[in-house]
Design a protein around this ligand. Structure first.
Ligand SMILES: [Zn+2]
Length: 362
């Protein structure tokens, strides 16, 4: 392990002998009694030395072996140290130019995952992830591109038909792809985002393991109201975590993120809406069918779709990296009226059964 002060953290003097690491005071690490000897020692934490070499150097500098050891422990506990060797080998899993592009992403991960080597381990895991996005519209294609940019090893987008002008967005499928096959255009958006060819899209044989995560982002935005019940049932049965995301009219919705048998599912949300509004099932059933002769332009604000796609991708990453995003047992809404994100809580519905535990044997 080659210890380094996290390069993501700014360094500033609070007074003549107190160093602050990090800009936001609330989260910053503070080191007192920072005299010249201590600063000389800190300069050695550049990722070229392992712990024994650092302790030897501490002795040579006149800091002393034990104080140097105590200082390293304090820096580690405050979350200021990373393992430069692990960071280099995590980045080496990605070819250039994606590797360079991921530098700031890894720097950000070092601030979220504290101990030396923790963030590189997260980035390495991302390289092995398989994520499927269902829907290549303004939201779906953008979610896929952002996840690929963040290091997800394989991102596939499933959709049919050809690109319409309304499918395009600056974060997903570009306007000059209008008329091309949606699946191809979305695949290329993913490749551009990660600056490399993704592994060939899998034509997986029956019985192959399912993806690590599925994002349900149908173009009509119905996922925002937890549609696709059959599809969701299959994912629950297969134990595949999934996230609903979409824009309906002026609302963007992210969630629920469903951890099968562990958190409330999309059907729990449908049942809850039924409890609140007895006519809801009838309205829901008609969402996809406007009746004959009624021309309709589905609303989808570009900024809202981009915000929702970014938020959804972030929630997927937080979950796959080992955290618990607010769309678990809840959902987030962003309205184009005021741009204010809100989080709403969702409990498992007693009539749904997705959280029922099997009866104990006997
Ligand atoms: Zn449920």
């Amino acid at each position: 392990m080659h210890l380094a002060l996290k390069p993501a953290l700014s360094r500033s003097w609070r007074d003549t002998e107190t160093l602050q690491f990090g800009t936001v005071t609330r989260f910053a690490g503070v080191l007192g009694n920072a005299d010249k000897t201590l600063c000389d020692f800190l300069a050695l934490l550049d990722g070229t030395r392992d712990r024994p070499a650092l302790l030897d150097a501490g002795e040579r500098l006149g800091l002393g072996r034990e104080p140097a050891e105590a200082l390293l422990a304090e820096l580690e506990e405050t979350g200021l140290l990373d393992d430069a060797a692990a960071a280099a080998s995590a980045l080496a899993r990605f070819p250039e130019p994606h590797r360079g592009q991921l530098g700031p992403d890894l720097a950000s991960l070092t601030l979220v995952h504290s101990g030396p080597g923790a963030a590189p381990a997260v980035l390495s895991r991302r390289a092995g992830q398989r994520i499927e996005v269902r829907g290549a519209g303004r939201v779906g294609a953008a979610v896929a591109a952002v996840l690929a940019a963040g290091g997800a090893g394989e991102v596939t987008v499933v959709d049919g038909g050809r690109v319409l002008p309304g499918d395009c967005s600056p974060a997903g499928v570009p306007p000059n792809d209008v008329g091309r096959l949606r699946a191809t255009a979305a695949k290329e958006a993913v490749q551009r985002a990660s600056a490399r060819p993704q592994r060939p899209a899998p034509r997986r044989p029956a019985g192959a393991p399912p993806p690590d995560f599925v994002v349900l982002a149908p173009r009509d935005g119905s996922a925002a109201f937890a549609g696709g019940w059959y599809e969701a049932r299959q994912l629950l049965k297969a134990g595949v975590p999934h996230l609903y995301v979409g824009v309906v009219e002026e609302f963007g919705v992210v969630g629920p993120l469903v951890i099968p048998a562990m958190s409330a599912c999309g059907h729990c949300l449908v049942l809850r809406r039924e409890d609140e509004d007895a006519a809801w099932p009838r309205v829901l059933a008609q969402l996809a069918d406007d009746g004959p002769g009624r021309a309709r332009t589905p609303a989808c604000d570009s900024a809202l779709a981009t915000a929702v796609a970014g938020l959804a991708a972030l929630h997927v990453q937080v979950y796959l990296d080992g955290g618990r995003p607010p769309s678990v047992d809840g959902w987030c809404e962003v309205s184009a009226v005021d741009g204010m994100p809100r989080r709403l809580r969702l409990r498992g519905h007693p009539d749904c059964g997705c959280l029922w535990q099997p009866l104990p044997p006997g």
